[in-house]
Design a protein around this ligand. Sequence first.
Ligand code: ADP
Length: 152
Amino acid sequence: MEQTLVIFKPSAIERGLVGEIVARFERKGLIISAMKMMNLSEELLREHYAHLTDKPFFPEILSSMTASPVIVMILSGKEAISVVRLMTGATNGRQAAPGTIRGDFAMSNQENVIHASSSPEDAAAEIKRFFSPGEIYDYRPVAMKYINGPSE
Ligand code: ADP
């Protein structure tokens, strides 16, 4: 099974959207392999958003992502990385398709509710960045045989 990292941003925590979004992932058939609340440091955010540190809006990302604690989560499943990105939708909530998490819950480019890993390389690096191995649970729910067929 593939693993991907999701961050419930302060916009999700402050607006009380965590439960609704977790429910979507569970209903889809994704497995929660790890979950915890934490405060994000500037150092960790500079690493996580290294591709954006020279953008004029980077200070706004820093203040937005440190406005409250966040919840970080690892979701597992077949092709979990692309499945979760599809469910997340486009970066700008105003342009994200209805039915996606950002399309249904966000009106902003910045306050777009969740982060989701965008590639296998990013997922591997991000899981290491936020979790130690002992915090990740590798189990198969009994319902697994109703989530994927035997040859998948
Ligand atoms: P994504 O989160 O969809 O993978 P990026 O990696 O490009 O997108 O951007 C990371 C985060 O930085 C976005 O989710 C958003 O919160 C913020 N961001 C990106 N572009 C902008 C922008 N133009 N203005 C404000 N915030 C932005």
